[in-house]
Design a protein around this ligand. Structure first.
Ligand code: PHE
Ligand code: ZN
Ligand code: ZN
Ligand code: ZN
Length: 298
């Protein structure tokens, strides 16, 4: 049977907020936490919708950052499929590709996941919009490290989405069967997640490449705790190779995202068709994992 809802325990947490979002006690570092909350509140009112909780915690100095967490009501609480995307941006830009794209992908899926039938939503799906990623993965690190053993063990896997519509990008699927950092292997099960994404896009004749797990986004703290990770990105400040330009179009020798961390990271900076097909893949893999995590957990 399903365990009791398992979220996370912060000192001074705001608690369950079904349908309403309380103001965080301090001003968030960056990120439209309240607008997101309103959209989620709407989704939560639908049948089979979401249980919404907002947590606020001071994660650096006198400023605070919020993680916004939404759980499906249904599904096994001891086998949680956790989707994450950072909601904050850098001070120098509006952060539309980095990372409104990943945040919007989660919101789109969260708004529809309640439509899955009981047998198709066997595992609880949790959506996490992290704060303070740009300050050094602070929101996600805080989350993982504040969980007790049981709550951490309940997380079957983490899918992370950071920069899904880079204008000169590639379709990078996190490389779950090689290294995270030099010498570190991705946790067992990560390769199976990589394959789910790659198989989906192969079926649509859309090219993919491997994005190496270098620890520069919010899957890092999960991988460090041995939790299988997966996800996608379309490239950041790296430079497109000739082979990549051949496979994906765009310009070799130029950055994947020409507006990375700058003022021009606006809606016009997003490759919308890229984003659209990527969200299709994310929805597909999420739906699959909501039904079964057997391939991941062995
Ligand atoms: N996490 C980085 C950011 O938000 C983006 C990035 C991911 C850069 C992976 C390099 C590799 O800015
Ligand atoms: Zn960034
Ligand atoms: Zn980012
Ligand atoms: Zn691989």
């Amino acid at each position: 049977g399903a365990a009791a809802a398992v979220i996370y325990n912060l000192p001074g947490e705001d608690g369950p907020v079904n349908g309403t979002v309380r103001k965080p006690s301090r001003i968030p570092v960056v990120g439209p936490t309240h607008e997101l909350g309103a959209a989620l509140a709407k989704a939560a009112k639908r049948k089979g919708g979401l249980t919404l909780r907002v947590k606020t915690d001071t994660v650096h100095g006198k400023r605070s950052a919020s993680n916004v967490i939404a759980d499906t009501e249904r599904g096994r609480g001891d086998n949680v499929v956790l989707l994450g995307a950072h909601l904050d941006s850098v001070k120098d830009g509006p952060g539309i590709n980095d990372n409104a794209t990943g945040s919007a992908a989660l919101l789109a899926i969260a708004g529809k996941i309640g439509k899955l039938r009981r047998g198709d939503l066997r595992n609880r799906v949790r959506f996490a919009w992290w704060g303070a990623e740009e300050e050094g993965l602070r929101g996600s690190t805080h989350y993982v490290e504040s969980l007790d053993r049981r709550d951490r063990d309940a997380i079957a896997l983490n899918l992370n989405f950071d920069m899904l519509g880079s204008r000169n990008g590639t379709r990078g699927v996190y490389d779950g069967d090689h290294s995270t950092r030099a010498g570190t292997r991705a946790p067992a099960g990560s390769g199976a997640i990589e394959k789910m994404f790659r198989d989906y896009f192969k079926g649509r004749r859309l090219p993919t490449t491997e994005s190496s797990l270098n620890g520069r986004s919010d899957y890092g703290p999960f991988a460090e705790h041995g939790i299988p990770v997966g996800g996608m990105d379309t490239g950041a400040d790296g430079v497109k190779t000739a082979a990549e330009a051949k496979a994906f179009g765009g310009r070799a020798g130029k950055a994947y995202d020409p507006c990375y961390h700058s003022a021009c990271d606006r809606l016009k900076n997003v490759h919308l068709r890229f984003l659209d097909t990527n969200v299709d893949g994310i929805a597909h893999v999420t739906q699959h994992l909501a039904r079964t995590t057997v391939a991941v957990n062995g």
